[in-house]
Ligand binder design. Structure first.
Ligand code: IPD
Length: 277
C-alpha cells in the first residue's frame, strides 16, 4: 500500500500556512478579546475564524473524518478521540501572546487514526517556522531535520514549564513550588514561550531539554507530541506512566534520564480529562 495519509499531511501543511497568514494579518489590526473559563482564559474572533478556515478546508477534502478543535469544544462539541481518522486542532496556540503582541503564536494541527497520532504540524506563524513530524518519518523545521539535545546531566539543562489559565491559589502554589524545586536542582534555566505547541518544538530541536505542564489540552500538545517523538524525544505522564493525550498532563523531554529527574520534582494536582463525560 502507498502512503495512506500523505494527502492529509499535505493538506495540513497547506492550511496551517494559510491560517498563519490570517493570524499575522489579524495581529496588525485591533484585536477584540473575550474570555472563556476564567478572566485570564482569552479568546478572540481570530481563534474562531481560523478554526473555521482550517476545519472547513479539511472537511471539504476529507468529509468522513472527525474533528476536535479548541473553539468547537468550547462551544459544546464533544472531545472524544475514537478510532476514526481524527484531526486535533488548536487554531491559535498562544492566544494570550497573540493578544499582547508577544511574538510566539502557533497553529497546531495533528491527525490520529485508531487513537495513534500519525502526524503533527506546528506553524510558528510570527517566526515563519514550519515544524512537522510524521510517524516513523522524522521531524523537521522547514527543510531541516531536527533532533533533541543529547544532554543527560540535568544541571546542564533548560526546562520549560507554563502556568496555564487556572489561577486557583492551591494550583498556583504547586506550580511554583515545582518550578522552585527544579530551578534549585539547579538547572541552567527555566523558560516558557506561552504556547505549548512551540514549547514542544523547542524540545524537538534541542533548544531546551524538557517541557512539562498539567492542565494543557489535547489540541495544545497533539501535534507537538509527534514532533518530539520523531525528533528522538520521549513523552510521559507526570507520574512517570505512559503519556495519555487526553489526560491534560504531559512531560516531553530529550531522553528518559532528564524526564525522570524532572518527574521526581513535579507536584501533581488534579485536572479533569479532556474526554471526561
Ligand atoms: C495555551 C498555551 C499555553 C499553555 C496553556 C494553553 P491557548 O493554549 O498553549 O502555553 O500554558 O495551558 O491553554 O489557550 O493559547 O490555545
Amino acid at each position: 500500500m502507498g502512503d495512506p495519509w500523505l494527502s492529509a499531511y499535505d493538506a495540513a501543511l497547506r492550511v496551517a500556512r494559510k491560517a498563519g497568514a490570517v493570524i499575522r494579518d489579524a495581529g496588525e489590526k485591533e484585536i477584540k478579546v473575550c474570555t472563556k473559563s476564567s478572566t485570564v482564559d482569552l479568546v478572540t474572533k481570530t481563534d474562531e475564524r481560523v478554526e473555521k478556515i482550517i476545519i472547513g478546508a479539511l472537511r471539504e477534502q476529507f468529509p468522513d473524518h472527525c474533528f476536535i478543535g479548541e473553539e468547537s469544544v468550547a462551544k459544546g462539541e464533544p472531545c472524544n478521540l475514537t478510532d476514526k481518522p481524527t484531526w486535533i486542532i488548536d487554531p491559535v496556540d498562544g492566544t494570550t501572546n497573540f493578544v499582547h503582541g508577544f511574538p510566539f503564536v502557533a497553529v497546531s494541527i495533528a491527525f490520529a487514526v485508531n487513537k495513534e497520532l500519525e502526524f503533527g504540524v506546528v506553524y510558528s506563524c510570527l517566526e515563519n517556522k514550519m515544524y512537522r513530524g510524521r510517524n516513523g518519518k522524522g521531524a523537521f523545521c522547514d527543510d531541516e531535520k531536527i533532533e533533541v539535545s543529547d544532554v543527560k546531566d540535568i544541571h546542564k539543562s533548560i526546562i520549560i514549564s507554563e502556568h496555564g489559565t487556572d489561577r486557583s491559589c492551591e494550583k498556583v502554589e504547586k506550580i511554583f513550588s515545582t518550578m522552585k524545586k527544579i530551578l534549585c536542582i539547579p538547572v541552567h534555566g527555566l523558560r516558557g514561550s506561552g504556547t505549548a505547541a512551540t514549547n514542544m518544538c523547542l524540545v524537538a530541536c534541542g533548544a531546551v531539554e524538557a517541557f512539562f505542564e498539567i492542565g494543557i489540552h489535547c489540541w495544545d500538545i497533539a501535534a507537538g507530541a509527534v514532533i518530539v517523538k520523531e525528533a528522538g524525544g520521549v513523552l510521559l505522564d507526570v507520574n512517570g506512566g505512559p503519556f495519555d493525550l487526553m489526560s491534560r498532563r504531559m512531560v516531553s523531554a530529550n531522553n528518559m534520564v532528564i524526564a525522570e529527574r524532572i518527574i521526581k520534582e513535579i507536584e501533581i494536582f488534579p485536572a479533569d480529562r479532556d474526554d471526561a463525560p
